[in-house]
Design a protein. Sequence first.
Length: 305
Amino acid sequence: MSDALPAAPEAPPRTLASRISRERSARFGLITIATVVLLAGAAPIVAAITGHGPTDQYPAEALSEAGVPVGPNGDFWLGADGNGRDVLVRALYGARVSLLVGIPATTIAAVLGTAIGVVSGYFGGALDRVLSQVTDIVLSFPFVVTALSLVALNLGADGSPRISPVLLVIVVIALFAWTYVARLTRGLTLELRHRPFVEAAITLGASHRRIILREILPSVAPAVIIYWAVQLPTNIVAEATLSFLGIGVQAPTPSWGNMIADAQSTSLYQVQPWFLVVPAVGLFLTVLGFNALSSGVRNVLDPAR
């Protein structure tokens, strides 16, 4: 009778979600992003508790006789801005706008860029040349000037926007962001096109659709996911930039960009610094969280690790 102990069962392979949650930078990013999302979701609750709406003005309670906004107190937890509006409530609603713009814009750009890049790299030839030229043409347009032109075209005869400014900002950002995804996926597809498993699928008579969906896309998906997480904070900053310049989300609708612009248009933030600090910190933490998440996801999905 053998005295050998039975071999210990092998540990089950970790799922992707488990591997990401164990990565320190990804975990920090997820916690930071979850905090921002929870605060944005709590905006209506905070507004109900304080009794202050995001566009409501309270000059009698929030401004001194000299027109200086009050600092943090029992009624205005993080003070007021130069128009007598609650800074905290506006910052929380501004977080909703930033996420509402950044996530859809980045997702649309990732889907569109992946489709164009994979098709271009897989089929090659004249189609590849045409799509590559289209990508280069889009990249040649200056971002701010194009945004200004689209905003002007969006104004009707009475000066009101034809479509929602938020939707317009999403379209503008997506129109510029997809080009980088397209270049990335095209390069990856060109390399994958000559891999043995793809050539074997072609030899066996698999359709182009099946090869793209079953062989190419699963191989480029990790890179696209990493790019999505990397590009998202950039697009949030782009929304803030457009709003700061007055061509994005328009006042009185709060966004972090136009809140920072309002603060810098006067010197009131020198006596009421929360007026400027709150939206700036919110923007910083959101960008930091998504950058940390993208770094962690890259560490997990990088095949060289």
